[in-house]
Design a protein around this ligand. Sequence first.
Ligand code: ES4
Ligand code: ZN
Length: 327
Amino acid sequence: ERLPALLAAMPKAELHIHIEGSLEPEMIFALAQRNGVALPYADVEALRRAYAFTDLQSFLDIYYAGASVLLYEQDFYDMARAYLLRAAQDNVVHAEIFFDPQTHTARGVAMETVVNGLYRATQDAQAELGTSSSLILCFLRHLSEEDAFATLEQAQPFLDRIIGVGLDSSEVGNPPEKFARVFARCGELGLHRVAHAGEEGPAAYIWSALDVLKVERIDHGVQAIQDPALMRRLAEERIALTVCPLSNLKLCVFPELAQHNIRQLLDAGLAATVNSDDPAYFGGYLNQNFTELFAAVPELTSQHAWQLAHNSFAASFVPDEQRRAWQ
Ligand code: ES4
Ligand code: ZN
């Protein structure tokens, strides 16, 4: 084990966490029981055994099934509350939390139910834990742009509780260009913009996320390594990549953590950060991502650790005044 005390103790921001991906199997079963939802798994152990993923889609199928137990405002509150408590243990002092409203509105859950539950948890975490956090609405890219526009319309009354929008779900075959118009509208509304790109998909999707969607950060982005011109651009413009090591391992983006390319990204001058993505499914929360990564990649030093923590604050959407207080 290398640098575990430093990695655990350093204050950090988490910028890539899907709140539905923080739903632990025990909570899935507890909510299924509370809400009378039937699950296609006999028990917690059977569900956990299904967490053997071969690629992104094999994960998403189970992730959407898990989210089907969320019906009421209190469910969304309890889920976000559990994540924020767990994150505080990892010295996460700020979190920018993705949520997937279409997963819920498609089942008849109102946008208001989702946003109110999540938002109340963020407010309570500020008051009780001192953890600041904000919400980023993600559009599901396997659905149509029309569906994304309808979702934005439903979110309109709550935009004061949402700092930005993202793009997630099945990447390959659903390029950023598909969402050009809805992201342009989000820009006009003053929302921050991010997108998953270059997780399984090609470097070309990173270019179009930047040039067509005008995103400020790239989620994952590890395929940038395939394109030297893109690497130079990301470094020059200090575009942050929200990298998720255990996710990349569990979804077979890299065969071993030792082969993860985050050191090459950092050493090329890119503003990489470390994040947990879907911690209940991928084997660990934020500190586990740091400690397993640093254990597997011996070239990573305490300098890299400091750089990663620094990058997480620099790339966050907190107002500059708050950022200066942290840095
Ligand atoms: C996701 Cl790892 C990942 N990639 C794309 N979409 C997602 N939604 C939740 N986790
Ligand atoms: Zn993600």
